[in-house]
Design a protein around this ligand. Sequence first.
Ligand SMILES: [Zn+2]
Length: 448
Amino acid sequence: MGLRQALYGEGRTSRRLSRVLGALHPEPSTVAGRKPEEVQARAVAASKKKPLFLIAQMSHETNTYSPVPTDLARFAGGLPGSGAVPLAGPAVAESFAGTRSGVGAFLELAEEAGADVVTPISASAPPSGTVHDHAFEYICDAICDSVAADKPDAILLCLHGAMAVESHEDGEGELLQRIRELAPDTPIAITLDMHCNFYDEIAACADTVAGYHTYPHEDMYETAMRAGRPLLAMMSGDAKPVTSWGNRRMLPHIMRQSTLDPYPGRPFKTPNKAIQARALEMEESGQALIASVFVGFPHADISNAGLSAVVVTDGDEAAAAALRDELLDMCWDSRADWVFEPEPLDEAVGRAMEMAATPEEKPVILLDHYDNTASGGTMDTTTVLKAVLDAGLDDVCFYGIFDPAAVQEMAAAGVGATLTLSLGGKMDMPAIGLTGEPLELEGTVLTL
Ligand SMILES: [Zn+2]
């Protein structure tokens, strides 16, 4: 659209945790207090019937300020109102087997345990507005109906922790409570995203809880293993998981949550890398079965948005509470480092122009974080694009505007055509009192 295009930053490799999974939770060879005849009885029982594991996914990061609707179709990768439904039944296992996902890890654990699996649903939607009741009920029913009908021996769930539904601000807690009513004694393991907003009901209903240790997230598989292995140990009588959780009145800014810090030359430090490393150390040293710090999801107008820590130990409640407090104190003590001071846009654009004039500083990236669809943004706002155009910046690659109608207009005009159209700003944001502001632009269609 009149802007010269350039592509930057493709193919960047991501850093990975170097971690030996098997070493995280070595299973004890002997267990105090367990009599040989009990072991024998369990072995006989096990030989009679294969255990059945229920594995399912319900995942959504709810930005309650977002105008982007979250209906059932969004959980199936479809457009709102399209009628698409999430993957269900054996297709879930077929799709996730052998993948480095949370569901993939749970499937591996089931195989390792010699269990059959039932996979009632895998429902995962990109971040967006409050989840519609009908979508939540559909997903809950799929899981709960299977709990009631199949009577699984274990339930392993990949959840997010920041799902807010029209009728329930803690979607995960509501699901877990419904499951518990049907299966009061069935072992339950859950994984949660680091952006979980934690509630009592989650801790009360799940036996083992594990959250990601990385942001950007790249340890979904490892997290499911961290949740699942202690549950298997519990089922075999080798562990008695007890959970302690707590929070602090902190809403860490997403721009200060990275665990990649420090980047060379970065002008500030973020505290999360050291805190997550300490949580991992608690697990690897055997102090805790599982230790997780959740930075919370701040774009949610709910009562429990914010930072929390959850520690699961082997039967030692006092130790779990002490480790939880150690992690929370680390977070609170570094609270100033979780604050991000946004730079006014005109100043940022001015600084970008200065930096662009210095050859070694290129490329310069202007980031409109709150228009990030990975946090529930619309990608429909035009504020930064307007500032770039008003400032006369050139040699700019702009990414991107969500505007299907504009795409249709350009497609109709064809490559090489010059046209004027109204771009972006089609969605209002009533939750923050903003109306959309389309940009009237003239440009050339370079490619489709
Ligand atoms: Zn997240």
